[in-house]
Design a protein around this ligand. Sequence first.
Ligand code: FES
Length: 373
Amino acid sequence: MSLTQDLGGRILRSRALAALASPHGVDRYLEQVNPMWAAHEVRARVVAVRREVDVAGEPPVTTLTLQPTATWRGHRAGQHVQVGVDLGGARRTTRVFSISSAESGPGERFTLTLRANPDAPAGRGVSRHLAQDARPGTLVHLSQAEGGFVLPDRVPEHVLLVSGGSGITPVMSMLRSLQRRTHRGRVTFVHFARSPGHVIFADELAAARASGHGLDVHVLHRRLGDPALSPVLLERLVPGYRDVPAWACGPAPLLDAVQAAYAEDRTGAPSAPLHLERFRPPVTASPADAAGEVAFTRSGARAANTGAPLLEQAEALGLAPEHGCRMGICFSCTARKTEGTVRHVISGATSSLPDEDIQICVSAPVGDCVVDL
Ligand code: FES
């Protein structure tokens, strides 16, 4: 960053200018002049669109290359970012996507690889909008990169990367970063896809496999008769795998299988560290919690408590609460619980405080519950 840019940035972020721009903030004015100017917010312009997978009758998978504003602080391999788009003049809708490119520095370009979600309600599908309609020039709003599913600065001698389906994106960021760092150790990459046509980054994985350089790439297709992931399969692909630190991302059954394979063996011997990135939180709400009634006071909707997270119960009643990630990351679903107890479906912790702000996507009611929605 040049001296003039740094000075300009400091002036734009100064309290004096913020006071002058009140109540809208400096970024509202800068955005009117040039959407790529920002003092605090992070925005990005799509500069390239690439279709990765296009299987007939299925939602496409697309990679977007983004040029962020200078306020982007960069990302570590494996992290994700919240992406907000203004759909059809409605309020901004946010979703979380993993970054697929190698680690980036401040203001540097990066890529998102995303699959259109066919189940998104009409007009509210961020992934569908980005995967199908984004063009060079499309503008999006971003958070800074987030998440602790990252490679350490000192990468172990041997690393195991496991992914399934579109869970390949953060793991691919790790692989690309290791290649860019010219990692001298071994990397074993195990990826599950439904068929050869479903493999995202197929050409790049084939090239990586052919390159050797301490890199073993295994792409497995269940339809072709490959067995599901098991300790036996892992041992065959990565002898002594329990001593190899692993990073895994993908559907819950795959992650559960990796977790089981890394659990204590019969001798109680610990395994190497295992890092998991789940797309959806494991739902730990107990069927015993599904009692009483859930009431949404502002809308007047109420129904028997099914034990599902409050966001799902509200949607089942025809409500459309604001939300983003649906996994407890973005806080855009926060609502006020006025009465009752909720269980956090990730941590399992319960809370009975009255007039409490909760994330309704990861809060399941335990018995009667009243929410201001
Ligand atoms: S929707 Fe993101 S935290 Fe609930």
